[in-house]
Write a new protein. Structure first.
Length: 54
């Protein structure tokens, strides 16, 4: 079956969100350290959610 028709699992969705948050944190780290730290904190919360799923 084609992958484009398959729905993403909760774990895949969380992994994508985690990756997006880390990219944003990296970009913000050069301009706004406080906002970068907030994004990293949000990413850590996503990791906790992923651990409960596994």
């Amino acid at each position: 079956m084609l992958k484009i028709f398959r729905k993403k699992t909760e774990l895949e969705r969380l992994q994508k969100e985690y990756s997006r948050l880390l990219k944003e944190a990296h970009i913000l780290s050069t301009s706004n350290r406080k906002l970068s730290d907030q994004k990293i904190f949000e990413a850590e919360e996503i990791i906790k959610q992923m651990e409960t799923l596994v």
